[in-house]
Design a protein around this ligand. Sequence first.
Ligand SMILES: Cc1cc2nc3c(=O)[nH]c(=O)nc-3n(C[C@H](O)[C@H](O)[C@H](O)COP(=O)(O)O)c2cc1C
Length: 219
Amino acid sequence: MNRSFITNHNKYIYVLISMIIVDFLGLCIMKLCHIRFMDSIRLFKSRRTIHNFNKKKVSEDIILEAIEAANFAPCHRNTFPWRYYGLGDHMRSTLSELFYNIKTQNSKLSVRSKELVISKILNPSHLIFASQVISNDSFQAKEDYAACSCSIQNLMLSLASNGVGSKWSTGEIISSSQIYDLLNISQSKEEIIALLFIGYGDTPNDINRPTLDQIYSHL
Ligand SMILES: Cc1cc2nc3c(=O)[nH]c(=O)nc-3n(C[C@H](O)[C@H](O)[C@H](O)COP(=O)(O)O)c2cc1C
């Protein structure tokens, strides 16, 4: 083996080792700075509505990070029309009774169904109501609802980036006047637009989405 081959060979080994060290340091820095590897499209696809939550808890840091993400949504005229209300244990237990009463207004439920209804409220790690500050201007109100939707999507994407599932829920659970009383929200000041279920659970089956040419026209 000639001398220059050995020198070149050593050079390649040095370069390789340096690259590994730089990569490793980069990874450490990213980890320290909480920068995660997930390209955006993978993140969007990973956010799916979870219907059945288990009882595993989500850390408060992840929840606060999601609320911060929610607060970075765009809004026209800087109205910042979103408000969020996280429920503690006592509130959660009251809500489960309320939810049960709403569900049994028109039909009687078996004992098993009662357990299921109550577990919907008690199982998820966190329950957060989202409301929109009411504007008397109908155009502003429409724009504010759009802004709140962006905010909620930010919140759910932030959770998804941490591997946490969510569900945006509407219906009687957000429109009942008893819910406003429970949360101490004045119906003349804010409108509840979502109950967000947050936690861990099975990812649902894929759903058929429209193809790109069905939703996008290049004119
Ligand atoms: C404004 C809004 C309201 C929703 N309300 C409900 C609801 O009341 N119950 C429910 O099961 N899912 C609800 N969803 C979730 C949708 O059902 C879900 O997003 C849809 O099936 C698509 O599934 P994906 O979120 O996994 O992509 C709601 C979503 C939005 C955006």
